[in-house]
Unconditional design. Sequence first.
Length: 134
Amino acid sequence: MAKNSLSIMLLGILLFLSCGCAGLLVGGGAGAGTVAYIKGELKSTEEASIDRTWEAAQEAVKDLEFVITSKEKENTSSAKLIARDARDKKIEIELKKVSEHLTKVTIRVGVFGDESLSRLILERLKKSLGKGKK
């Protein structure tokens, strides 16, 4: 009887782990500050309003001496900045409001992405956000 109970318990644990539920325990704390590079895009959630993040994105692009070719901020829930670097690579920075104090940032460099340049842009953006804190 004890052998059957042990087998059932092990089977239950295996099912729990294989269904992806364990991912909820491991990744459930993901929030602001989380950064992921997936399919050529660097995604991050920053603890700042979309307005502060918009200003920081523009400052980061200027600091890196990129040329801004397009700026769109039609409302208070999203914005998009397009720039070009010295090698004429297109850089897209998209912002989406998550809440009053959280903004999702997506950075894509070129068609296929450039992780190191994307991370550099994000670091400059974060540095600019840090300047604006009181």
